[in-house]
Design a protein. Structure first.
Length: 312
């Protein structure tokens, strides 16, 4: 069979979620294939869903859906998986949105990346830069984490690989000043997209938030609508700590979309559900590996099906 782009994409998603889907299949699905759906089984379902980090609210609703379904003694694995996928998709569909900097009509379209160090911000920005330049866009990458030379270097490598312009300053320069100058040049030189990486040191939370807000303020001096997107990058492997990070950034940084990275590195990919539901911002992208193609648009239905181990 030829590998269409669609199936290739779904295969990557499924491979990335393999650890989570294995956990789901081993616990939840096997419970119902072996025995009828009685109260004891529903209790075990609740336990397993909580262990998969789906969170109490979504878990409660999913258990109720299963109670209403009344599987007979002979329900097979496929039937259980389909029902579970539908239940998880129903939780996530209202929390899905697309990231489309080239389709907005805004030029240059400014994207701010926020999140703690190590969450995958730089990698995500680099993957997006590669995708946009491959589609013919003129892209500028801005390293507004001016304190860490290593962070700048890493970003520079991504920018060069993508064929994007790169803007940075010496150690300790004002990140807001850099963002202002970069945006000004991007306007003058007709760039399509400006991608701004920011610092993520949470040790000094209020200074970090002040720095982010200052960047937002100066961008608005040039264009009151900027930044046109603020993506909060969260690492799925930190589990429910991602919820705390969402609260810290979500409250102050005007986040407009979430990116959940490293879903391939955890068996508890279900954590995406409570994070999506706690946030005012929808999930726009997910990372299921280190390759450029492993950053994918978030598709709630496909995610739910992969999470429970369905193959299409
Ligand atoms: N397996 C896997 N690794 C990822 C994914 N996204 C990012 N990474 C890796 O996670 C590590 C941290 O990513 P960075 O992009 O450096 O994180 P950052 O938030 O920019 O952190 P600093 O550079 O410390 O500010 C890198 O080794 C990435 O290759 C993903 O979806 N899956």
């Amino acid at each position: 069979m030829t590998d269409t782009p669609k199936t290739g994409w779904f295969k990557r998603l499924s491979a990335g979620l393999a650890r989570s889907s294995q956990q789901m299949t081993e616990t939840v699905v096997s419970t119902f294939v072996k025995e009828p759906l009685d109260e004891a089984a529903l209790e075990r379902l609740e336990e397993h869903l909580l262990e998969s980090d789906l969170g109490p609210a979504a878990t409660g609703r999913i258990v109720e859906r299963f109670r209403a379904l009344r599987f007979g003694k002979t329900s097979d694995a496929r039937e259980v998986k389909e029902a579970l996928a539908d239940a998880v998709a129903a939780e996530l569909l209202p929390r899905q949105a697309s990231f489309d900097p080239l389709g907005s009509g805004i030029k240059p379209f400014v994207v701010l990346f926020v999140g703690v160090n190590g969450s995958g911000k730089t990698t995500t920005l680099g993957k997006i830069a590669s995708d946009l330049t491959a589609r013919g866009a003129k892209v500028m990458v801005v390293a507004a984490d001016t304190f860490r030379a290593a962070a700048r270097e890493q970003l520079k490598v991504w920018a060069e690989r993508a064929g994007a312009d790169f803007e940075s300053r010496r150690d300790g320069a004002d990140p807001a000043g850099l963002a202002f100058d970069a945006f000004t040049r991007a306007r003058a030189e007709n760039f399509d997209v400006v991608l701004i990486d920011t610092a993520g040191r949470l040790q000094n939370k209020s200074a970090l938030m002040d720095e982010l807000l200052k960047i937002v303020r100066v961008l608005k001096k040039i264009d009151p609508e900027a930044p046109h997107e603020t993506l909060l990058v969260l690492d799925a492997t930190v589990g429910r700590n991602a919820l705390a990070q969402e609260q810290i950034f979500g409250r102050t940084a005007y986040v407009s979309g979430l990116v959940m990275t490293k879903l391939d590195g955890t068996a508890r990919g279900g954590v995406l559900v409570p994070v999506a539901q706690a946030s005012d911002a929808p999930i726009k992208l997910i990372g299921v590996g280190e390759g450029v193609e492993d950053l994918q648009p978030f598709d709630a239905r496909a995610f739910a099906r992969s999470l429970v181990g369905l193959e299409d």
